[in-house]
Each structure stands twice: as structure tokens, then as C-alpha cells.
Ligand binder design. Structure first.
Ligand SMILES: [Zn+2]
Length: 276
């Protein structure tokens, strides 16, 4: 397994995405939950949360053969224990993160996807890649985002509409019928999409935060196949550079309405057939 990755914060902000890999595993997280002016109950912040949870996951995934949801539930509990003495973990806006975990174990590739980061599998013999994304938040969000999408995305009005949007979605977070993310409730791990495939059937995989997958699923400037080819031939940074160029071409979100003009963007490419 050969892994390459790149990550880039939205300009002027801390990177709330996290990516890490071992020779047999990769994890990617995208922190969320606290837009400017919104309370979270946590003094550490979203970047701390996603980086601490991600570091915990990459340590456990490389040391334990336990099922991936079990590792995620344990990691959520571990992070809770680090800040439950100083922070209000019952706050509805406590920091949260999407999670992708991918592991090669024996002859199998195993994955877990929670919330809206995207896992793309290039399956040998299939003309179209297999795209695994948990879109429950986007489905719910469609009910709330009209006001935000109608506004110029550089404006103050858009910033406050985005905050109201995030706060409206909070009431659905980690509840049955709502959407699930890694935050403080370890039961969220059971809500993740999981799967396995024989390792010799998979040529490559891409792990993308929504700030990177937007090239395909929001901007429609590439197909999933083209995104895989870009990652393979030019590397993850090239894909992110293409995302930034598209964002700069539409700074006010007129062509592509979106919550954030720029978002943290992370892409990891895993080749299962590369020979070194
Ligand atoms: Zn905290």
C-alpha cells in the first residue's frame, strides 16, 4: 500500500482537517461545529478536536485488529476523557468531525465512513468508481440552506446566515432520524457506513474532505474517475490546487452557492497495486 496525501487550510484559518497514514491504514477527519460567533462549550476548539481524535485513531488502527467502529467508539471516549474536566461535553455545539478509516488487513480492505467526507474506491473491472459518502447531513441541510445560498458568500449577511444554518442543524446532530458525526457520543460509531472488499479487487482509493471533493460533487469540474486519475498521475496537491482555482474564479458563490468560499481541503491517495 502506497499512500500520498496533501492538506491545505482555508486561507487565514487553522486547518480543521486531519490526515495520517501508516503502511497499512489511513484516516481522514474534517472538523466542524463552531462557526465564528457560535458557542461550543469547549475551550480547545475544532482543530484540536479533529487532530486529537485523528491521532488517537491512527495509533489504535495500527495496533489493534478490532473492528473499525469499535476503534472509533473507543477513540471518542478517549478524547472525551482528555477534556471532560475542563469543557462542557453536553453542549450541543461541542466540536465534531467527519471520519474516514481505511485499513488493509490480511487479504481484505476494510473501511468506515461517518458524515460527509468521501471515500472513492477504484475497483478492478468496474468502469465507474465506487463512491461511499454518508449524505444524511446534506439531505437535512437542504431544508435549511436556501436563505444562506441566496446571499453573496463574502458578505456579513452570509456569515450570519451560515451560523444560523449550522445552529439549526445542531438540533438534528447525533439523533435518530438526524445525522451522525464523531463528537462526544461513542454510539455515533455504530451509525457509520462500513464495508470490506478483497484487497486484490481494489486498485486504489481516494479519501477526500468535502473541501476537496467539491471539485466533483459541487463544482462538477471533474468526474470521480478524473479525480482518481489526477491523484494518481499528478498527486493530491494538484487536486487541491484545482479546487482553489475554481473557488477564486467564483469568490461570491454565484456560480456555486456554498457555505464557505474556501474550505480546508484534504486528499489522500492509496495505491494498492504500486510496486516499490
Ligand atoms: Zn475541550
Amino acid at each position: 500500500m502506497r499512500v500520498t496525501f496533501a492538506t491545505q487550510a482555508a486561507p487565514g484559518r487553522a486547518n480543521e482537517d486531519f490526515v495520517a497514514a501508516t503502511p497499512d491504514a489511513a484516516v481522514l477527519l474534517d472538523g466542524a461545529g463552531t462557526p465564528p460567533g457560535s458557542d461550543s462549550g469547549c475551550s480547545h476548539g475544532v482543530a484540536w478536536y479533529s487532530h486529537t481524535l485523528g491521532s488517537t485513531l491512527i495509533a489504535s488502527i495500527s495496533q489493534s485488529a478490532a473492528p473499525l467502529p469499535e476503534l472509533l467508539a473507543e477513540a471518542i471516549k478517549t478524547v472525551n476523557s482528555i477534556h471532560e474536566g475542563t469543557c462542557d461535553l453536553t453542549h450541543p455545539g461541542s466540536p465534531s468531525a467527519t471520519v474516514i478509516m481505511l485499513r488493509r488487513r490480511n487479504d481484505l480492505i476494510e473501511w468506515l465512513v461517518l458524515a460527509d467526507s468521501v471515500l472513492v474506491l477504484d475497483v478492478i473491472g468496474d468502469p465507474e468508481p465506487t463512491v461511499i459518502c454518508d449524505d444524511r447531513e446534506a439531505q437535512l441541510g437542504a431544508r435549511y440552506r436556501a436563505e444562506m445560498d441566496a446571499l453573496d458568500s463574502g458578505s456579513h449577511a452570509h456569515v450570519s446566515a451560515h451560523r444560523r444554518y449550522v445552529e439549526a442543524l445542531r438540533s438534528h446532530r447525533n439523533r435518530d432520524g438526524g445525522f451522525w458525526v464523531a463528537a462526544t457520543d461513542p454510539l455515533a460509531a455504530d451509525q457509520a457506513l462500513t464495508g470490506t472488499m478483497p484487497a486484490d479487487r481494489v486498485r486504489a482509493a481516494a479519501l477526500l474532505s468535502d473541501g476537496a471533493s467539491r471539485l466533483v460533487d459541487r463544482f462538477h469540474l471533474a468526474t470521480w474517475r478524473e479525480a482518481l486519475d489526477t491523484l494518481d498521475q499528478h498527486g493530491p496537491q494538484d487536486l487541491i490546487t484545482r479546487v482553489r482555482a475554481a473557488e477564486h474564479s467564483d469568490p461570491h458563490g454565484e456560480r456555486w452557492p456554498r457555505g464557505k468560499t474556501h474550505d480546508d481541503a484534504t486528499a489522500a491517495h492509496v495505491s494498492f497495486t504500486a510496486t516499490e
